[in-house]
Write a protein that binds this ligand. Structure first.
Ligand code: C2E
Ligand code: CA
Ligand code: CA
Ligand code: CA
Length: 275
């Protein structure tokens, strides 16, 4: 117990302590689970909006917890980033995604999410090269998704990492575009291939004129800078039609397909071909 002044933070807050315990527990379990093969990747299809053809998949990690079931990434990625566990986890994700993608048709790619910490604290470029070598996936069939947070702290490691990727032919997408602060200077300075328009705009695109205007402007900007665009979180046919009219190049979302386990991909591709 502590002498609590008028504005003092309560020393013993049961809710806070519970939250901290919970976090500690998750962390302990996560350390173990990397070795127990409890992580799985699901893959969400991406399509070209003008041809409606499948072009690739985004790899999204899930934790198949033996007792608590499937845990979504937002419940453990932040803890993994804070603790550094994102390093082994992220390495596993990259290798697994490239292994899978090497089995897919040659005209498809896999997009992999990468955290800032992976770029700052490891020689991630060498790792990417080694994984491509081991899995025999052509570099053009790998896309790395980064967010602005990668560029927030020290831009130097991020910049040389991205230049290195560019040199070997790996594609780079800027994720969650429109939600950060200084996006425009990044578009000017970084070797990007694609802008991923954040799903918050897509979500409102068919009902809110302002969201629609923002998407239109991002698309025109991307076109002027010779960057590709992708819309994430397309849920309705009306949104798809609108985005395609606005000239957004590609998209993904529940409207087209939900993320699926690797075992379902072949059937999905065959089903699409039959259309
Ligand atoms: P994100 O990269 O922005 O991924 C898009 C999220 O939107 C995914 O959630 C996806 O399942 C979801 N989504 C797709 N289509 C729709 C739709 O039509 N409507 C709605 N409402 N949602 C849709 P998920 O799989 O829960 O992933 C959440 C976030 O976790 C990702 O956001 C990404 O930031 C992070 N994440 C996932 N996998 C990895 C990973 O391997 N490494 C890292 N560092 N982060 C990851
Ligand atoms: Ca992403
Ligand atoms: Ca995103
Ligand atoms: Ca996001």
């Amino acid at each position: 117990a502590k002498e609590a002044g008028r504005d003092a933070v309560r020393f013993f807050d049961p809710a806070m302590e519970e939250a901290a315990n919970h976090k500690g527990q998750i962390l302990g379990e996560m350390r173990q689970s990397i070795f127990n093969n409890e992580f799985v990747l699901h893959y969400q299809p991406q399509l070209d909006l003008s041809t409606e053809k499948l072009i690739g998949f985004e790899a999204l990690v899930r934790w198949k917890h033996p007792k608590r079931g499937m845990i979504p990434p937002l419940d453990f990625i932040p803890i993994a980033e804070e603790s550094g566990l994102i390093l082994p986890l992220g390495s596993w994700v990259l290798e697994q995604a490239c292994l899978e993608a090497a089995k897919w048709p040659a005209n498809t790619y896999v997009a992999v999410n990468v955290s800032a910490i992976q770029i700052e604290r490891s020689d991630f470029l060498s790792e990417v090269k080694a994984v491509l070598q081991r899995t025999q996936l052509p570099p053009e069939r790998l896309e790395i998704e980064i967010t602005e947070s990668v560029l927030m702290t020290d831009q130097t490691p991020a910049f040389s990492f991205l230049m290195g990727l560019k040199e070997i032919g790996v594609k780079i997408a800027l994720d969650d575009f429109g939600t950060g602060f200084s996006s425009l200077s990044y578009l000017q300075n970084l070797p990007l291939d694609k802008i991923k328009i954040d799903q918050s705009f897509i979500n409102l695109s068919d009902t809110d004129d302002k969201a629609c205007a923002i998407i239109r402007t991002i698309t025109q900007l991307a076109e002027a800078l010779q960057l590709n665009t992708i819309a994430e979180g397309i849920e309705r046919n009306g949104q798809y039609k609108l985005l395609s009219e606005l000239g957004v190049n590609s998209g993904q979302g529940y409207w087209y397909a939900r993320p699926m386990p690797a075992e379902e991909i072949t059937a999905f591709i065959e089903g699409k071909k039959a259309l």
